[in-house]
Design a protein around this ligand. Structure first.
Ligand code: IMP
Ligand code: MG
Length: 183
């Protein structure tokens, strides 16, 4: 990762820490959802690395689905509106849904999504979110499974992007300020 790491200011969460925490969350979900009909709903594109790791840490006969829901443009400021760009492939009626997401910031996206999934008849809807930018919360959405609390800084890596890049960094990082002004 030599090329990509040139743009990195700090590593906030290492590969080892991610691996350990994802395993813990996987074990917790395995315990909590035994005997239930679980669907992991990954929010594209940011949830991809977390979804891939988390689903393999859960010892249950679950299914996965994906949605693309966004409240962000290509920059770093929330627009406040939520739109569904790609919907679920399958019906979630009667299913125990766990929404899997890379990061929660204002909470606006999840606050809009959870009621929508409940309205579609899911038996339950909970959130599993890798990174939590607590200080920025506007909407009070309960997150059942949280990976790590992160400071109020722009985060990249492990699914999180800046202008669609850096999602493939295996660690959770912040970018050097020159990256933002490079344009
Ligand atoms: P919220 O609706 O404000 O909670 O925003 C959630 C979405 O914004 C996340 O799923 C991310 O895609 C994006 N986002 C929020 N903060 C960051 C960040 O620091 N880096 C990259 N994406 C972010
Ligand atoms: Mg996202």
């Amino acid at each position: 990762m030599e090329q990509l790491m040139k743009d990195i200011k700090h590593v906030l969460v290492s590969r080892e820490e991610l691996e350990k925490r994802v395993a813990e969350i996987g074990r917790a979900i395995t315990e909590d959802y035994r005997g239930r009909d679980v669907v992991l709903v990954g929010i594209l594109k940011g949830a991809m690395p977390f979804l891939c790791d988390l689903m393999r840490a859960i010892d249950l006969p679950l299914t996965i689905d994906t949605m693309c829901v966004s409240s962000y443009g290509s920059g770093t400021v929330s627009s406040g509106s939520v739109n569904i760009k790609k919907d679920l492939d399958r019906d979630i009626r009667g299913k125990d849904v766990i929404v899997v997401e890379d990061i929660i910031d204002t909470g606006i996206t999840m606050a809009a999504l959870v009621p929508l999934l409940k309205k579609r008849g899911a038996a339950s809807v909970e959130l599993a979110i890798c990174l939590d930018k607590k200080e920025r919360r506007v909407e009070d959405v309960p997150v059942k499974y949280v990976g790590f609390a992160v400071p109020d800084e722009f985060i990249v890596g492990y699914g999180c992007d800046y202008a669609e890049k850096y999602r493939n960094l295996p660690e959770v990082c912040t970018l050097k300020s020159e990256v933002y002004t490079r344009a």
